[in-house]
Design a protein around this ligand. Structure first.
Ligand SMILES: NC(=O)c1ccc[n+]([C@@H]2O[C@H](COP(=O)([O-])OP(=O)(O)OC[C@H]3O[C@@H](n4cnc5c(N)ncnc54)[C@H](OP(=O)(O)O)[C@@H]3O)[C@@H](O)[C@H]2O)c1
Length: 291
């Protein structure tokens, strides 16, 4: 039995689908408010709970052989990115789990002080490495599925909002490829007790993305390039009303202000170990848009 947290999210949903296609039994951790109908329909066991609650994590972990941690945190990095994962790892040990897959983030080890999600991820990575469990830690760059709402908006308006440096490099990864890597991590020998940066096959400049959208719809993009201090202003104002959201914006700012890409060698290594060719952003978008 696999336990998947974040089962209704961009990565988790695809992981559950893939596991069910491979006839694996899956317990999908979901909130009562989550959209889990599709997962239930595919034969996953739905565990209703909240990752803020230790007792829910304890119950969900009973009798599972593998744990895949793929949940997000909205703006609560301490409770969800940190504490919930620590509890999942403790429960994995208590239940004799055979392999733990953790979705971290590219750059978790760069010491970004103002990015709570990055700090939580690095602390969890360390805890998992020292746990004695078999593990695989995946550090993805941006996910292609995040761009689906943007490409739909682009289809209607031709507009693309780009905040920060348009020349920053990124390696957007196909969310379907990432899900495959997550699931294969458990069986591929070379993935045991390893940390992998995970990106797509090409290093893109952020300004390349609207041009890819434009190619797909044969439409010249109108790029609105907003400077980063727009976020700084917003962060300052938010701090007056909601300090937690202000801190969460620190993670967002870190994502916009820095480069998140994998080197050619890292991608070649990933393709060798997992034995498949990663798809480009354009291929991912064309599949989903059916164009
Ligand atoms: N998106 C990216 O570009 C990216 C890049 C690198 C790393 N990552 C990491 O990858 C992981 C998954 O990202 P994603 O984009 O797939 O996430 P996502 O689409 O935002 O989904 C987040 C998931 O976490 C669940 N969740 C949030 N709070 C919860 C709670 N209190 N109790 C139970 N479940 C809860 C959500 O449930 P609901 O459906 O109920 O909301 C949802 O299933 C995250 O750890 C993220 O940091 C993401």
């Amino acid at each position: 039995m696999f336990l998947v947290t974040g089962a209704t999210g961009g990565i988790g949903r695809r992981v559950v689908r893939l596991l069910r296609q491979r006839n694996q039994s899956v317990r999908a951790f979901a909130r009562l408010t989550s959209h889990y109908g599709e997962l239930e329909h595919r034969g996953a066991e739905i565990f209703i709970g909240d990752l803020h609650q230790e007792k829910d994590i304890q119950k969900a972990s009973k009798g599972v052989k593998y744990i895949i941690s793929a949940h997000g945190s909205d703006s609560d990095a301490l409770s969800l990115d940190y504490r919930a994962n620590i509890e999942l790892i403790d429960q994995a040990k208590a239940n004799g789990v055979q392999h733990f897959v953790f979705i971290s983030v590219l750059g978790a080890d760069r010491g970004y002080e103002d990015a709570p999600v990055f700090k939580a991820k690095r602390a969890v990575e360390r805890y998992l490495e020292a746990s004695g469990l078999n593990y695989t830690i995946l550090r993805p760059a941006g996910l292609a599925s995040n761009l689906l709402p943007l490409v739909e908006r682009f289809r209607e308006t031709g507009l693309y909002l780009l905040i920060g440096d348009r020349k920053n490099r990124t390696s957007i990864v196909s969310t379907d490829d990432l899900a495959r890597i997550v699931v294969d991590s458990i069986t591929v020998e070379g993935a045991r007790n390893r940390i992998f940066p995970v990106g797509g096959p090409e290093i893109l400049l952020r300004e390349d993305i609207p041009w890819i959208f434009g190619r797909i719809f044969a439409k010249e993009p109108v790029i609105i390039n907003s400077p980063l201090f727009f976020i700084d202003g917003l962060q300052g104002v938010l701090g007056l009303f909601n300090p937690q959201t202000q801190k969460a914006l620190g993670t967002f700012r870190t994502l916009l202000a820095n480069e998140f890409f994998c080197t050619k060698d890292e991608i070649a290594n990933l393709e060798t170990i997992f034995n498949f060719q990663l798809e480009t952003l354009e291929s991912f978008l064309r599949r989903y848009l059916a164009v």
